[in-house]
Write a protein that binds this ligand. Sequence first.
Ligand code: COA
Length: 290
Amino acid sequence: MLMAPAYTSSVYRPGIFDGKVVFCTGGAGTICRRQTEALVILGANAAILGRKKEVTENAAAEIQKLRSGSSVIGISADVRDISSLQEAVDRTVKELGRIDFVICGAAGNFISDFKHLSANAFKTVIDIDLLGSFNTVKAATSELIRNKGSVIMVSATLHYYGVQFQSHVGAAKAGVDALSNALAVELGPFGVRFNCIAPGPIDETEGLTRLLPSGAKKQVTKAVPLQRLGSVNDIADATVFLFSEAASFITGSISVVDGGAWHTGQMQALHYPESVLNSDQLWNKKSAKL
Ligand code: COA
């Protein structure tokens, strides 16, 4: 049977996604890759999208090895470009037959204080995270309606309060939540569900490595009520649940998967206010750390 090392939870039954197809943007990245792996192991076929052709195709080939008989394709596309997404949807339907599940996971993130954040930098993150999620759903709408599908948008907890150096990401993710909620209402009568997953500090991800002040892992872990950082499997498990029949009455929700971290708010306040008052000295455009 299955239980490849990439997937650890045993509460889900093998084969629950037999015959289903997931379309996942950002699918070569750490979090979205594990989401896709879990679905493939449990029976789905998949198309993963990324900007880097070779990286995306290699990741698809590796994911496909997790379950014999599975089909996983890697497609190079930029979520900011609706026509490249439409082509990706068409190719997925041609090669895999249908789309049942959509994960809007492509995201752009970097640390920037407001003083050094150009209008184009702000727009870039809004375009990738928010417009990209819109474009992804737009391109896949007819498949979602035809198959009474389900969408998960990968959000964040950054916009639940003000977070220094993350104005661009917080604004984008607030928009993602709003988009998902509105689409849950508009497309619910067609049988399509929309939910967001808001990951907290997830260990061994590009995002956490970039956002966490050097040497602050221990301090951040202490601020998580459940006293550990999250793992990519935590996000995959929530994804499996939300796409499964067990969640068939859940739409328009935001599942926070963060061990309770945002309630303590301590990660966001590290070194505050000195971090802000001294940001000119601290600032190094491409590799800023608090
Ligand atoms: N700090 C401040 N501004 C930044 C920046 C940073 N670290 N990185 C990019 N920008 C600005 C650029 O300077 C540019 O603005 P400008 O034209 O005014 O100079 C604007 O953002 C667009 O940057 P560019 O690199 O041309 O855009 P891109 O579309 O090629 O890439 C990202 C955008 C977000 C994907 C890119 O910054 C990136 O690779 N980030 C790291 C990877 C990532 O985000 N992964 C997701 C993990 S959560």
